[in-house]
Design a protein. Structure first.
Length: 351
């Protein structure tokens, strides 16, 4: 199959609607990352998403809707969902509610709950509205790869496997939406994103963060969200986080990476000097810029055959929590404490 790439304009959207209405798959831009969409009401189309991505069958998808009215047709909509949707939709927030029978169970991988999101990206909204049906859409990457933040990333993973990519330029946020479970009457974050715990607490007075957000699940432990179980965002390079006060982190990062061509360091501006022999890649000035760049950098590292990536850690407040959640998972929770005695540093590439 040949994959067509067209601008996400009126004409492109008309093409996309035609493909989707016939049960086909279309990758489309959102403000977070690119999504791989299918008609959520067409079970066969939904199952083909899992095949194209190589996605584990137990990992549910997000239904992207055109508005609160459409969300209410498919999920049990309580006052908390209403308040959060009013505060943050359209935008990078996904709400987990009870699924109604009007939504095929394949979308939520058989779960009694359903993830709903109204994206902020104008072309995405125009597409869903023009379709008239909700779009089931995970991130448009092959399973286990970093989420795509450009149309080119989508092609790198899915060229030949899907008929159409709408190109809307680079995603503004760069990390996936915040996933919040509202089935319990209190908001509980299952995946942090650009709508932060602080923002949710401001809007509705409280916000919990599932503690599995920042640690590895034990083998037999129940996952609050199936996505936590799967390894995510992973580059092929071996990745390690270096945690500790700036002075110690700087010293440790230099010692680990200086003079090694096949080793990258990801750090915010100002932590490390730009020196010859150090493959420094900037995460930008703050968590917002780091969010925007992270997945792109991980993909670039793969393309260049980087064998080892060291990354500094960020404060876990605001958007920093989302960046740290992705970094920790990309590193498979592999962390060094700077300032403590060095362990053996394994160097081999894992593939
Ligand atoms: O920003 C985003 O959310 C992007 C764009 C395309 O909208 N989509 C995205 O989808 O990141 P995906 O499938 O890559 O991530 C959805 C996450 C997964 O971790 C999944 O396990 C979780 O949401 N999820 C979906 N439905 C769920 C449910 N019913 N209960 C708990 N977690 C759920
Ligand atoms: Mg994904």
């Amino acid at each position: 199959m040949q994959t067509l790439r067209v601008p996400a304009d009126r004409e492109g959207i008309i093409k996309a609607v035609r493909v989707l209405a016939q049960g086909g798959l279309v990758a489309f831009p959102t403000e977070t990352v690119y999504g791989l969409g299918a008609n959520a009401l067409d079970s066969q189309a939904v199952l083909s998403i899992f095949r194209a991505k190589g996605r584990p069958a137990d990992n549910p998808l997000i239904a992207h809707v055109s508005g609160i009215a459409q969300a209410r047709e498919y999920g049990r909509w309580g006052p908390l969902a209403q308040d959060l949707a009013q505060a943050f939709w359209p935008g990078p927030l996904t709400l987990i509610v009870e699924r109604l029978d009007s939504m095929p169970s394949q979308v939520s991988a058989g779960l009694p709950t359903l993830a709903l999101r109204l994206p902020g990206h104008e072309a995405a909204r125009a597409l869903i509205t023009a379709c008239g049906f909700p779009l089931a859409a995970p991130s448009a990457n092959r399973s286990g790869r970093p989420s795509p933040t450009t149309a080119q990333h989508v092609l790198d993973d899915l060229e030949g496997l899907i008929p159409l990519v709408l190109d809307g330029g680079p995603s503004q946020v760069g990390l996936e939406s915040t996933v919040v479970d509202v089935t319990g009457g209190h908001p509980r974050i299952l995946r942090p994103g650009a709508v932060t715990p602080e923002m949710i607490a401001m809007a509705v007075g409280e916000c919990q963060v599932a503690d599995a957000v920042m640690r590895q699940l034990a083998p037999q432990e129940a996952a609050p969200s199936p996505g936590m179980r799967h390894r995510h965002y992973a580059p092929r390079a071996r990745m390690t986080l270096v945690e500790g006060p700036p002075e110690a982190a700087r010293e440790r990062l230099l010692r680990l990476a200086q003079g090694r061509d096949d080793t990258w360091v990801l750090a915010l501006e100002g932590l490390l000097p730009r020196t010859p022999g150090l493959q420094l890649r900037s995460l930008g000035r703050d968590a917002r810029e780091a969010a925007h760049r992270l997945f792109h950098l991980l993909r670039e590292a793969d393309q260049q055959g980087v064998r080892q990536i060291y990354a500094q850690t960020l404060p876990r407040d605001g958007l920093g929590l989302a960046v740290m959640n992705r970094l920790a998972r990309a590193a498979n929770f592999n962390t060094i404490q700077a300032g403590e005695t060095p362990d053996e540093e394994p160097m081999e590439r894992k593939d």
